[in-house]
Design a protein around this ligand. Structure first.
Ligand SMILES: CC(C)(COP(=O)(O)OP(=O)(O)OC[C@H]1O[C@@H](n2cnc3c(N)ncnc32)[C@H](O)[C@@H]1OP(=O)(O)O)[C@@H](O)C(=O)NCCC(=O)NCCSC(=O)C[C@H](O)C(=O)O
Ligand SMILES: [Mg+2]
Length: 300
């Protein structure tokens, strides 16, 4: 990724789930520092409140400004009693995209996108939850299914449940499957967002899980409560040392190229061309989060 060629690049460090039947959550999400807001019509809304939630959300999305946040609606599954009506209600709204839950194949994603297009939502980008064993096994075909797919969002609770994994703090039992999805996303140049940390009180564990998401290669992490946003954005934002290193690599590689070389040496270390890609990614993310006023974070 290079900022000069990635004008449409969006930071996706944090994705806040907002259950759509709670008006106060929707209102609250307007002033928060979430890179992505996922207005949820699916898992967090009880069946008895689905219709009410949809109507409330449509009303709120027509009349509210959510600042720089990417506005995504998670609809119910197409084969559920609510999926088609959800798509019809939101397809023509001024939102950035639609998240389809529990996608298990490339064909299922293609059918979901076709339903969106039939409702005049051709201009909408899409995201897909992968949250089942079949979804993980077919992550590659899901990622390859459409250029409209920008992002995979892991559904780690459903996945752990189906796999019968006991979720420990280090998530040992999930790491293989998370990495399989990261591999597929990277192979097809998609963003990928980790599932949320579910213990609201334990901020130390929350910080750890955000750093783990970053170190595994995720672009961001889902959050379920505003208190988690600071930790998530902080862990996923490049810091001083990374930025200095990235700038050094970019300028050393520019010098190397003008000297007719393809590698450079900084402090006795060989800098290969792939490190220039890393450096460009770091500077691109750093530039974008500063543009949106989210670059100066307070955590150490
Ligand atoms: C977990 C909660 C039920 C807690 O809610 P609450 O008791 O209201 O928390 P607080 O009183 O501490 O709230 C403080 C203020 O923050 C606002 N708030 C709380 N949560 C949200 C939110 N999600 N979005 C926006 N705003 C929020 C409150 O209104 C308070 O505001 P104020 O009064 O002005 O100070 C609740 O957080 C919650 O429901 N969270 C979301 C749960 C959810 O979405 N779950 C499903 C998504 S996870 C998933 O589906 C993953 C995947 O599919 C999988 O399978 O893993
Ligand atoms: Mg789920």
């Amino acid at each position: 990724m290079n900022c000069k060629t990635q004008e449409n690049f969006r930071p996706r460090r944090s994705a806040l789930y907002v259950p759509a039947h709670h008006e106060q959550y929707i209102t609250k999400s307007r002033g928060l520092s979430a890179d992505v807001i996922i207005f949820d019509l699916q898992e967090s809304v009880p069946p008895s409140r689905k219709v009410e939630a949809r109507a409330l959300l449509v009303e709120q999305l027509k009349n509210s400004d959510f600042g720089y946040s990417e506005r995504i609606v998670r609809v119910n599954k197409l084969d559920s009693p609510w999926g088609k009506a959800d798509i019809a209600a939101i397809a023509e709204l001024d939102i950035d995209g639609v998240l389809f839950p529990d996608i298990e194949s490339g064909e299922e994603l293609t059918l979901a996108i076709a339903a969106l297009d039939n409702a005049n939502g051709e201009n909408k980008l899409v995201m897909a939850n992968i949250e089942s064993p079949l979804g993980v096994l077919r992550a590659e075909e899901i990622c390859a299914a459409s250029p409209r797919l920008t992002t995979i969002v892991m559904g780690t609770t459903d996945l752990a449940n189906s796999l019968r994994v006991n979720v420990t703090l280090d998530r040992q039992g999930l790491l293989t499957y998370l990495s399989m999805c990261i591999l597929a996303a990277r192979a097809h140049n998609k963003s990928i967002i980790d599932g949320p940390h579910f213990n609201l009180k334990d901020v130390v564990a929350c910080e750890y899980s955000c750093r783990q998401a970053r170190d595994l290669g995720f672009d961001g992490k889902a959050v379920i409560h505003p208190v988690q946003l600071t930790y998530t954005n902080d862990a996923l934002t490049p810091k001083g040392e990374d930025i200095r290193k990235a700038k050094g690599i970019i300028s050393a590689m520019e010098q190397a190229k003008s000297d007719g070389q393809s590698v450079a040496v900084i402090d006795d270390r060989l800098i290969e061309p792939c490190l220039e890609q890393w450096a460009n990614r770091v500077i691109c993310l750093y530039t974008k989060v500063n543009e949106i006023g989210q670059g100066e974070l307070t955590l150490g």
